[in-house]
Design a protein around this ligand. Structure first.
Ligand SMILES: [Fe+2]
Length: 331
């Protein structure tokens, strides 16, 4: 990281680090971290914005204050007066901006999850609130799907994948006609958290799963169990979400993992998340292959007999084919 040491830290003023937790990424001032009495590091700049992952690491390390220049105080104050959730609920804010602020909050939340070995209650509570906002978007705003589809291939894969799977799962669940507001939220939260076990596996394996040794594959395939462990003592997470996290790689044919469960035994929302998971992965660009088009992704999923619930595949096709056509026409 290009942290620049500057002298005379006594001219800077301290501000609460937690003010940045609910904020959007864009800042129009510079932010510093105190390293010692004499030294501060320039950690976030007006040009590059906040880095949520580093922010989460500072908080995890017990940092309570960051520093700004006195002349930026007004900018800082107006910045914290409009946290992401205020932007999100402002009726006059355009839909695209709202979604952007929701993604900001989500990225921030994911960054915190990534620094935790066991999910903390506050983080879990925030994840639930986020997914509630997603439910609102999914139920009230049909253009959400098109916007999310555009966003998926950008940004850090696991973050956007988590968001995409949450959204896609909720769309499929809603189209299946078997879910109400509460159960839709559970599916969304399960979709959001399904891969959190990967945060406990070395990054090189997760981001480039090519030519893995049998032992490395075994480790990768332990991510549902690792995810379950992470949620073990988090009271804010309902059991339904644990089933989804633990079963999202089971397949109706019995060829899935970790337990090779067969069709009817697999928890229905886990089947939905499994489908949304594959779809999101296929339409994302990965280091080892380009992104598939929506049509090709649907074709690949339809051809994988036994891997997914057949009726749910039909529901998924109805959701994405119409939406994909709609968004193209709108573009
Ligand atoms: Fe997974």
């Amino acid at each position: 990281m290009a942290d620049r040491l500057i002298s005379s830290p006594d001219k800077l003023i301290p501000v609460d680090i937690h003010g940045f937790r609910n904020a959007t990424r864009d800042i129009n001032f510079d932010v510093y971290l105190r390293l010692s009495e004499e030294n501060v590091a320039h950690v976030f700049s007006r040009n590059t914005g906040l880095d949520y992952k580093r922010l989460a690491q500072y908080i995890q390390r017990g940092v309570t204050e960051l520093y700004i220049h006195p002349e930026d105080l007004e900018r800082y104050q107006s910045f914290i007066a409009r946290p992401a959730h205020v932007i999100f609920t402002d009726p006059d804010t355009p839909q695209e901006k709202k979604i952007a602020s929701l993604l900001n909050m989500t990225e921030q939340n994911m960054a915190e999850i990534f620094t935790q070995v066991h999910m903390e209650e506050e983080t879990a509570g925030n994840a639930q609130r986020l997914v509630k906002s997603y439910v609102d978007l999914v139920t009230q705003s049909p253009q959400t799907l098109a916007i999310i589809l555009k966003l998926v291939s950008h940004g850090e894969y696991l973050y956007y994948h988590a968001i995409a799977v949450a959204i896609f799962s909720m769309f499929i669940a809603k189209a299946s006609g078997q879910f109400n507001q509460r159960t839709l939220e559970l599916v969304g939260l399960g979709g959001f958290l399904h891969d959190i076990g990967y945060t406990q596996i070395p990054r090189e394996l997760v981001y480039n799963p090519n030519d893995l040794t049998p032992d490395q594959w075994k480790m990768m395939r332990s991510h549902p169990k690792l995810g379950l462990n992470m949620l073990e003592n988090t009271k804010n997470i309902p059991d339904e979400v644990r089933y989804i996290v633990y079963q999202h790689h089971e397949e109706p044919s019995g060829q899935g993992y970790p337990n090779g469960l067969r069709g009817p035994v697999i928890y229905y929302p886990a089947k939905i998340v499994s489908l949304a998971d594959s779809f999101s992965a296929l339409i994302s660009k990965r280091p080892f292959r380009p992104a598939y088009s929506v049509e090709d992704a649907i074709g690949i999923i339809q051809a994988a007999v036994g891997k997914y619930d057949r009726d749910l595949v039909k529901v998924m096709v109805s959701v994405f084919q119409t939406r994909a056509r709609g968004s193209r026409m709108a573009a």
